[in-house]
Design a protein around this ligand. Sequence first.
Ligand SMILES: Cc1ncc(COP(=O)(O)O)c(C=O)c1O
Length: 508
Amino acid sequence: MKKDADPMAPEIGDMSPEAFRAYGYRLIDWIADYLKNAESYPVLAQVRPGDIARQLPPQPPLQAESFDEILEDFEKLIIPGVTHWNHPAFMAYFAISAPGPGILGELLSGALNINAMLWKTCPAASELEEVVLDWLRQMLGLSGEFSGVLMDTASISSLCALAAARAAIPNYRIRTDGLAGRQDVPPLRLYVSEQAHSSIEKAAILLGIGQNHIRKIAVDDAYRLRPDMLSAAIAEDRAAGLKPFCAVATVGTTATTSVDPVAAMAPICREHQLWLHVDAAYAGSAAILPECRPILDGCEAADSLVLNPHKWMFTPFDFSVLYCRHMEILRSAFSLVPDYLQTTEGEHVRNYMDYGIQLGRRFRALKFWFVIRYFGVEGLQRRLREHIRLAQHFAKWVDQQADFERMAPVPFSTVCFRWVPKALGDSFDMDSEKGRTRLNEAIDLANEKLLDEVNKTGQAYLSSTKLQGRTVLRLTIGNIRTTEAHLRRVWALLNEHTQTLVQDVDRL
Ligand SMILES: Cc1ncc(COP(=O)(O)O)c(C=O)c1O
């Protein structure tokens, strides 16, 4: 890289306002073109491990470089290594969105560069956070007993919720005595469904609960936690002298988007004095649709709930909301105020540093405020409804085609399905257990190949999961720019590749 400095860059101090303006306009133009042409990029980065790092200098530049050069390298070296989550055919994991108003909100929050640790370190950030999270609470139809705190991700929100659940256990004095080496109190037990997200288990590891003290409760044939099994597990653990303390319900599981029966779990938790945390990271957004609101039935009795507007409420990553009905308990788990952070406003304000792990906090609320105001609640509802409609469409195509099979109900915008090449059936003895196992393995392999072939085209990106040990493909719609035309193209791609692969059935 050349080392000639930007002629406009001063010896000391920042880039001049004139240079900022000029490059800023260029970047906005670049972003507008990028968003317009997002589908011209391969959705999945077409690079091998190390390809990007190899092209970058191992040492930092000693002298200033021009902004032109930096931008040039951004396009030349970085963009090829980007997997384009903005591509409308990004349908893997849970697809996300960076809509214009959200990006612009992020830009302003970057420019202001505040730290919302205390109310007084940016009153607008703290108060806007309170207001927009209360707007969202109303949109979801949650009671006014819930207050929200912004976090980066659901993993951190759930970690904080579980820390509050732990702090709420009477007589454990976790804050002062910790859990390590305690002989005076029984081990804690946490209950989740077999389909719960790994972030819950990770939180339990971090909080010293231990993986051996997580009870994974069986699910029914629609992948929902079975309340009868939850009751039985709690009773068994209590009889064994253990301390059940928290259960987690998932509204929209990661694999199939199933919804645990929160309304049936809540009385069980109440009876046994368990904290009930609801992980609604993905599907919670759908509750702003009146027709989907029943997914949150029972949540009024939950102690905490996490929802990620960065997943399916058109808010740029990252943006996760933890709602809690006992802010004083959350605060008791986290608040620790050194002398230099003492303030005089007392209980009149919310110092958000008291409600989570971080001290420093970004101005996240700004982008969400932009998004809600720009689209309006009705605009967000229309977009969510459209995604659900598209997913239903795709599910219908799968159902109507003999060599595809749908693997789970489709309550939201995610479809689990698999290819079942009919030709494979002739190759195995279906009357023997071994033959059936081998057929299933061959179908798994066929689906892995199909996924790989489709993703390699760069025209779409789907993901996979395992359900009951079988490989299942997952298609999810969550990108604000995805249309029916994109969905049709993905369905055509899948079919084109099954036709090619099936000719080679022996090698599958
Ligand atoms: C149900 C559920 N909970 C939690 C998470 C973790 O989300 P995050 O990346 O915000 O930590 C996911 C991720 O997809 C999820 O599907």
